[in-house]
Design a protein around this ligand. Structure first.
Ligand code: BES
Ligand code: MN
Ligand code: ZN
Length: 510
């Protein structure tokens, strides 16, 4: 799909459909919507007067132009209340409107630049949100399905702007939005794949292909190398599976003057059956997405490289399956992590923290800082937050604040949880340095405390994305299935840390 920027007049555009917009409570449309309304002899104004169009958020009204305009159809998209308007609305309304028009067989669409007019948002940011909304909202995972006979697609989306002075900014925004939207879609592609077609080895191959496309260095460690490094926690999780584990490393070097390197770590469990502590079968298929954290990290690295981010970042993705078998780790077994610390495995279903423990050890050996890990770690976080936010913990307030801001920029809400030491006591083991599970209550926090035991004093944020890894229905820029969260947040966060250079939280520059 092409996304273009053109100078011109929407009312004269020949696309198969044209999108205009309306805030709630506006009686007489202005700007681009007003121009289209005049060309339609006041049809939009009439529908407003009749009470059919109210401008409510996500309200869509399709009007046939019957030869009055070069385009056969105009879609009026409601933006909701102007006081609540934001870039999130732009992203979401774009996704919703384009899905509707794809269903109506419009192959080319021209759109008003939502927000850049009276709402007063920056033109570049609006264009970026439109491009993200288009890329993400039209996403489909259909490669395993027989194509429908009348499979519909949108070939081009054109942002039409009459003000010449805004065109360059719009083009820059579209370029960024395309990269960010594509990155989220790469993450969704990986998470939507079934586990039989997306083993750790295949995940490593996908990482290699994306690295090649973006010019990143990629290295994949296999079981023998992990044994040499002493990654006993990761190998303990992989022990029950016939699929060999892979430890994926991606490197982006965007700042040769500064040696400091940020670490992005992602959980890469390509299927989580629970292992010997097996999960109930209802809903277990969801656990093909237990590598969503790793997918987000790989995709964020791809975007950072495409955006030529002026910063050094190393990504570590421990990838394996968590399966029961005669060779699987059993409750009560003790594993030794790469840093020599011993772990008593109480529940083999608490496997994400085990593989991340070794990834954190590896990151600390490489002197990466700050560390940002991303994982579908606990059902407890999902129960705490529901689907509207992703939970996180942080050892550093400035880093926490930067993450919340990055989430706002991406339209991916981030909510901080406390990292109180008291939760560590439930992880005391009589036979090892730590147990892998503690109390049921506050399970998301004790999971974070487990990781904290390995991160030690390295500035660190832990993102538990179990609440938001997937959605069960289409909504705005998201479609049923994997969300690609928090890929775009990670990109914003790393760029923000880079912008602040050596002063940024936890960044060990020298
Ligand atoms: N991958 C799961 C967590 C999860 C649950 C992700 C629901 C997405 C949706 C994780 O490995 C897990 O099984 N966690 C256990 C930990 C428990 C055994 C302490 C959980 O949360 O139940
Ligand atoms: Mn598990
Ligand atoms: Zn898991």
């Amino acid at each position: 799909m092409e996304i273009k920027v053109e100078k011109g007049d929407l009312a004269r555009h020949p696309a198969k459909a044209v999108i205009v917009n309306l805030f709630e409570g506006v009686g007489k449309p202005g700007g681009g919507t007003g121009a289209v309304d005049r060309a339609l002899d006041g049809a939009i104004g009439q529908l407003i007067a009749d009470g059919e169009i109210k401008g409510k958020k996500n309200e869509l009204t399709l009007i046939h132009t019957l030869g009055k305009l070069p385009t056969p159809r105009v879609l009026v998209a409601g933006l909701g209340k102007q006081t609540q308007f934001s870039l999130d609305t732009v992203r979401d309304i774009t996704g919703t409107a384009l899905r509707r028009l794809r269903g109506a067989a419009a192959t080319t669409v021209a759109t008003i630049v939502h927000g850049a007019g009276i709402a007063g948002l920056e033109a570049e940011a609006c264009a970026q949100a439109i491009a993200e909304g288009a890329m993400m909202g039209l996403y489909r995972f259909d490669r395993l399905k027989k194509p429908e006979e009348d499979q519909k697609r949108i070939d081009s989306v054109t942002l039409v702007e009459s003000d010449e002075s805004k065109l360059e900014a719009l083009k820059r925004g579209v370029e960024r939005g395309r990269i960010l939207g594509a990155a989220a879609n790469h993450a969704r592609d990986m998470a939507n794949e079934p586990s039989n077609l997306f083993t750790p080895a295949i995940m490593a191959e996908r990482a290699q292909a994306l690295a090649k496309d973006a010019g990143l260095a990629c290295q994949v460690l296999d079981r023998e190398e992990m044994e040499k490094l002493g990654m006993g926690a990761l190998l303990g999780v992989a022990a029950g599976s016939a699929q060999p584990p892979k430890f994926i490393i991606l490197r982006h070097r965007g700042n040769e003057r500064n040696k400091g390197t940020i670490g992005l770590l992602g959980k890469g469990i390509t299927f989580d059956s629970g292992g010997i502590s097996i999960k109930p079968s209802a809903g277990m298929e969801r656990m093909k997405g237990d590598m969503s954290g790793g997918a987000a990290v790989i995709s964020a690295m791809w975007a950072l490289s495409k955006l030529e981010a002026p910063v050094n970042v190393t990504a570590l993705i421990p990838a394996c399956e968590n399966m029961p078998s005669g060779t699987a780790t059993k409750p009560g077994d003790v594993l030794r992590a790469m840093n020599g610390k011993t772990i008593e495995v109480i529940n083999t279903d608490a496997e994400g923290r085990l593989i991340l423990a070794d990834a954190i050890c590896y990151a600390r050996n490489e002197n990466l800082s700050p560390l940002i890990d991303v994982a579908t770690l606990t059902g407890s976080m999902q129960i705490a937050l529901g689907p509207a936010a992703t939970g996180f913990t942080a050892t550093d307030d400035a880093l926490a604040e930067a993450l919340v801001k990055a989430g706002q920029a991406a339209g991916e809400r981030m909510w901080r949880f406390p990292l109180i030491d008291e939760y560590r006591t439930s992880l005391k083991s009589t036979v090892a340095d730590i147990k892998n599970t503690g109390n049921r209550y506050g399970g998301a926090i004790s999971a974070a405390k487990f990781l904290h035991f390995f991160a030690e004093d390295t500035p660190w944020v832990h993102i538990d994305m179990a609440p938001t890894d997937s959605v069960d229905k289409d909504k705005g820029a998201f479609v049923k299935g994997a969300t690609g969260i928090p890929t775009r947040t990670l990109v914003h966060l790393v760029l923000a840390l880079a912008g602040k250079g050596a002063d940024s939280p936890g960044f060990r520059g020298n």
